[in-house]
Design a protein around this ligand. Structure first.
Ligand SMILES: [Ca+2]
Length: 490
C-alpha cells in the first residue's frame, strides 16, 4: 500500500469516526419543550424580577432560568384571569376570537391548537396539573389533570389512560363528563411534579422530542401550603408596598366613583376599605380590630401563605431541573417558567387579579435554552400571551399558523432586540363585570412601553340567566352597581 493510499484511507476512517461521534441526531432534532406555569405566580413573588420581596429570595431555583437564560420584562396577559389566559396560550388568539371571555369558557380538542401543532411537528405531548378548560386535553398524547380548580391536598386528577375510578364530574353548566380519576396523597405541587417526573421517566419516547406542560395549582387562593413550610418566613416582617397606604393616584372616576363614593365596594382590599370582600376576612383576622392594625395583620398573613406556596413550587421546579441534568437533557430542552397572569399582593390596597393595573397584567416569563439564548440576557419588547404558542411552534421548527393572532418572539430570544415592525402595544380586556365580590368593573385598554389607557365601560357583556352567573344583579355582591361611564356621567 503506497503512502498516498494509506493517507487517504486513514483520512476516510477519521472522517467516518467523526461522523459517528457527531451529535447529528440531537443537533438536527428540534428541542424538547417544558412549559412550567404556576397559577397566579406574579412577578413580585420572584427574586429575579427584583421587587420589594426579592430580598426574601423567594425563588432561588426558578431564578436560575434568568441567570442561565433570558428574563422578559414586558410580558402581559390579554385578560388577567385563569381560564381566558390559558385559552390564549393554547390558541394564540384573543378572547374575542377563541370565545373564552370568562371562567365558564372552554376549549374543545379541535381548538387545543398548541398541542395539535406540536404533535404535527413530531412531538410527543403531555399535559399535567391544572388545565381549567372544561373539555379534556384530548389533543395531548398524555394528560393527567385536575378537574377545574382541583384541591390543594390529596387532589383527584383524571387521566388519559383510563386508570382509576370512573367518575362523573360537572365541568360547566350543562357539561357533565365521565372521567377516569385517581386520588393522590399529598400536596398538589408535589403530586403534580411526581406525575410529570413519572411521565418523563417511564412514558417519554426517546426517539421523539417532547412537549410537556407542567401546570401547578399553587399559589392560587387560598394559599394552602405544604406543612413543611409552616416555619418558613414565620419570624420575618414582609416588606409592604408603599401604595398599600398611599394610593392617591390610583384609579379614576370609573373605579372610585364621584368623590370616592365607591371605594368601599370596588376592588377587593387588604384591610377594611372594601366592606364586601377583603383579605382580612379570608385570613380570619378579628373584624373588630380597626385599621391600620387589621390591614397590617391581614397583609402579613396573606403574604406568608402566598410565599410558602411559592416556595413549594420553587422546590418542585428544582426536581425537574435535577432530572434534566441527570438525563443529559439540559442543553436540548427549552425550559419556560411563567404564571397564568399577575396578581395583586397588596399594591394599591388590592388583592386578586382582573385589573389592567401593572401587577395584575404583567406575567413573569423566564426561559432557558443555551443553544439559542445568551445567559443572563433580558429583553423589554412588548409581548403578550397570544405570542407564546407561535414562539413555541417556531422553536419546534414550525411556522405560525394563519389562524393565530400572536407573533413568534424567537428572534427576540436570540438577539434581545425587537425585529423591525414588532408590536409596540398590547391590548387588554377584562369582561367579568363586578364578578365574585372582587367587584372589578369590566374594562378594556391598551398599553405601550410608556403609556396605558383604560376604559371602564360599566356593564356586563351578556345577559346572564343562570343563578350562579348572574353577577350583574346580585345584591349580595352589590353588583347591581353601574359605573358612572355607563350612566353617561363621563
Ligand atoms: Ca390564575
Amino acid at each position: 500500500m503506497n503512502f498516498q493510499l494509506t493517507t487517504k484511507l486513514l483520512l476516510f476512517f477519521v472522517l467516518l469516526l467523526a461522523a459517528c461521534n457527531s451529535p447529528k441526531e440531537d443537533a438536527d432534532r428540534p428541542p424538547n419543550i417544558i412549559y412550567i406555569m404556576a397559577d397566579d405566580h406574579t412577578t413580585q413573588g420572584f427574586g429575579a424580577y427584583g421587587s420589594r420581596l426579592a430580598s426574601l429570595d423567594p425563588t432561588p431555583n426558578i431564578d436560575r432560568l434568568a441567570k442561565e437564560g433570558m428574563l422578559l420584562e414586558n410580558v402581559f396577559c390579554t385578560n388577567s384571569i385563569c381560564t381566558p389566559s390559558r385559552a390564549s396560550i393554547m390558541t394564540g388568539q384573543y378572547g374575542h376570537v377563541n370565545g373564552v371571555h370568562d371562567l365558564s369558557g372552554f376549549l374543545k380538542k379541535e381548538n387545543q391548537h398548541l398541542a395539535l401543532e406540536l404533535k404535527e411537528l413530531g412531538y410527543q405531548t403531555a399535559m399535567v396539573g391544572k388545565w381549567h378548560l372544561k373539555y379534556a386535553p384530548d389533543a395531548f398524547d398524555y394528560y393527567n389533570v385536575l378537574p377545574g380548580q382541583g384541591l390543594y391536598f390529596d387532589p383527584v386528577l383524571y387521566n388519559s389512560e383510563g386508570i382509576g375510578e370512573k367518575k362523573e364530574i360537572k365541568f360547566n353548566e350543562g357539561l357533565n363528563r365521565e372521567v377516569s380519576a385517581q386520588t393522590y396523597e399529598g400536596h398538589s405541587s408535589d403530586v403534580i411534579t411526581d406525575i410529570a417526573l413519572n411521565w418523563l421517566k417511564t412514558k417519554r419516547k426517546k426517539d421523539q422530542p417532547f412537549f410537556l406542560m407542567h401546570h401547578f395549582k399553587a399559589p392560587h387562593d387560598f394559599f394552602e401550603f405544604a406543612p413543611r413550610y409552616t416555619d418558613y418566613l414565620e419570624d420575618v416582617e414582609i416588606p409592604e408596598p408603599a401604595s398599600l397606604w398611599y394610593n392617591a393616584n390610583n384609579g379614576s372616576i370609573g373605579t372610585r366613583g364621584v368623590n370616592d363614593a365607591l371605594t368601599d365596594t370596588i376592588g377587593s382590599s387588604i384591610g377594611h376599605r372594601n366592606i364586601i370582600r377583603n383579605m382580612g376576612m379570608h385570613m380570619k383576622i378579628d373584624p373588630n380590630i380597626p385599621d391600620p392594625e387589621y390591614k397590617k395583620l391581614a397583609y402579613q398573613e396573606y403574604l406568608k401563605r402566598y410565599l410558602r406556596c411559592v416556595k413549594g413550587v420553587d422546590d418542585n421546579v428544582k426536581r425537574i431541573f435535577d432530572y434534566l441534568k441527570a438525563e443529559g437533557l439540559e442543553d436540548n430542552t427549552v425550559v419556560i417558567y411563567t404564571g397564568d397572569q399577575g396578581f395583586m399582593l397588596g399594591e394599591h390596597d388590592y388583592i386578586d387579579k382582573r385589573w389592567m393595573y401593572e401587577e395584575s397584567m404583567r406575567m413573569p416569563f423566564l426561559i432557558r435554552y443555551p443553544k439559542l439564548i445568551k445567559a443572563g440576557s433580558r429583553a423589554d419588547a412588548i409581548i403578550n400571551n397570544t405570542d407564546f404558542a407561535p414562539t413555541m411552534i417556531e422553536l419546534a421548527g414550525g411556522k405560525t399558523p394563519d389562524y393565530m393572532q400572536g407573533s413568534s418572539f424567537k428572534s427576540i430570544l436570540e438577539t434581545a432586540e425587537e425585529p423591525e415592525g414588532w408590536q409596540q402595544e398590547t391590548y387588554y380586556r377584562y369582561w367579568m363585570h363586578m364578578a365574585h365580590k372582587h367587584n372589578n368593573p369590566a374594562h378594556f385598554g391598551i398599553r405601550t412601553k410608556k403609556y396605558k389607557l383604560i376604559f371602564f365601560y360599566g356593564r356586563d357583556y351578556k345577559e346572564r340567566t343562570g343563578k350562579a352567573q348572574k353577577w350583574a344583579n346580585n345584591p349580595a355582591s352589590m353588583s347591581s352597581f353601574e359605573t358612572p361611564a355607563s350612566l353617561g356621567v363621563l
